[in-house]
Write a protein that binds this ligand. Sequence first.
Ligand SMILES: [Zn+2]
Length: 472
Amino acid sequence: MTSRNPMTHPPFSTCCSIVPPYLLDAVTRAGDTDLKAVAEQTLHHDHELRTTRTSTTATRAASGPQDGYTTVHRDIYDAANSTTLPGSEVRAEGAPPTPDVAVNEAYDGLGDTWTFYDQVFNRNSIDGRGLGLIGTVHYGRRYDNAFWNGEQMVFGDGDGTLFGRFTASVDVIGHELTHGVTQSTANLVYSDQPGALNESISDVFGVLVKQRTLGQTADQADWLIGAGLLMPGVQGRALRDMLHPGTAYDDPRLGKDPQPADMAHYVQTTSDNGGVHINSGIPNRAFALAATTIGGEAWKGAGQVWYDVLTGSQITAQCDFATFAQLTVDAATSRFGASSPQADAIRQAWTTVGVLGGGTAATRSATQPAASDPLVRVARSGGFAGVVREATVRLADLPDPDAATWRSLLGSGAFQEFEAAAPAESPVRDDFCYTVSCPAHDVDASLSGQTLPDHVRDLLERTLTSGRPTVE
Ligand SMILES: [Zn+2]
């Protein structure tokens, strides 16, 4: 056990000072020795929290060394039905179970997921660098969701009528943590096809965590996501069925499972970030079909191939279904051989769901954004605090003057000129750095804030605040 812990508190811990610093400052000047010592300690502690938070965020932004734990390190917090994160710590790594079942489920689920990535893929935590795992339970009141906010997992209790607590299914915990794996690897954009792939990859590794924890082969597995979440009386088996998308539930209060099982039924929508939780049914089914055809323990065949692609050098943040499918066929070929059962099964699975083969061209033209309405990704990093912000937007979703300005900038080669004009050496200290990417216009520019015209910098800032979320 050589756990190193340079980060004694998680990134959000600045919220726990009830007494403000200016008041503590006054106490240290007032004269009472005991009070002064306590106040100084508190001030020092708060300062440590603030600087820890800043340096941690900056480190993550720079993809530098991370938390550096060499064994699993979990911290479970209780939001006590508030929406303040992370809440109060209720179970640290190595501590015994608490009377609260949600706390223990979160703790165990994080451990199962960490062990899965460690033992199957030799991956040290979700970022590959020993990131400490943080989970908050009892988030909000009757909150019907769980999410990954970029730094930690958050679980609601459910409404108690349709959904129970979101810690109850280990595949949900594996799903949320895998968003962290994707974030630190392929970093798939969270909208449309790359977003649906992002969702599907979380389902894939979430369900593999469950299967490995239960010791199930592909044939024995139920391929359900969130089977333990639905309350008795709900007409359904789970939230999603990877092998039979669209059949997980059909309930008068919930409606019917909207997932398509193949490309012929791909759902065009602007809601749900372009249907990321809907169209993920298609790659989900491709995975489940491939895994059940290959047989045995799914993480060793199809799971290994999906992991190779996710962590490989070929995948891009804008990857669509057809590109991803071909990458899995290529990865299966290089790992198992071109005519291996694994490569055959994977190729056949993608053909069955209509992603590879005859339907591909029509599918792509139907689902790729038109050139006149491209996706633009803006990210801002750097700055004194080192906080990264990013947004992916469709120009049509922006207010008109901004959309028009974007179109003229993208079409005129302006971003390439801004990039070329920035001084390569001696950048402004604490300056913001922006990246603007728009594959439709062949733009992928890194820009430094101080060298941009004001109206362009303002446009980027407005776009950052109007963007869709990139994680859920
Ligand atoms: Zn998700």
